[in-house]
Design a protein around this ligand. Structure first.
Ligand SMILES: [Zn+2]
Length: 114
């Protein structure tokens, strides 16, 4: 009897279908490009549908996840969200704000200038 190892982790095949060929071809920069996508999605949300509102990371993760719909894993978005909160430009991070969606008082992100 051969015990099957947990080799499923190697299944994380990423085709690199970013939709923007040739823009960012650096190997090993997957974290960066994921962050880039997440950042762009957040900026899009906070300048569009949620203009003038501040949202917490939990709500932004949910919204971004729905918004992107490209098989992104939520854990990847969560990790990128941390990076965006650390360096939110061109957005603004309010350390203690009230989330427009869940009403929680926590760190929120918003676009002050459209
Ligand atoms: Zn919230």
């Amino acid at each position: 009897m051969v015990p099957e190892g947990e080799s499923a982790q190697a299944k994380a095949a990423d085709g690199g279908r970013s939709g923007i060929p040739g823009e960012n071809e650096q190997e090993g920069s997957m974290t960066y490009s994921t962050e880039n996508f997440v950042r762009r999605a957040i900026v899009g949300l906070l300048r569009g549908e949620y203009a003038g509102k501040f949202l917490c990371s939990a709500c932004l993760i949910t919204l971004t996840h729905q918004h992107m719909q490209r098989g992104w894993r939520k854990s990847e978005i969560e990790r990128s969200m941390e990076a965006v909160f650390t360096a939110p430009e061109p957005l603004t991070c309010m350390p203690t704000s009230s989330c427009a969606l869940c009403q929680k008082t926590t760190a929120c992100l918003g676009a002050l200038r459209p």
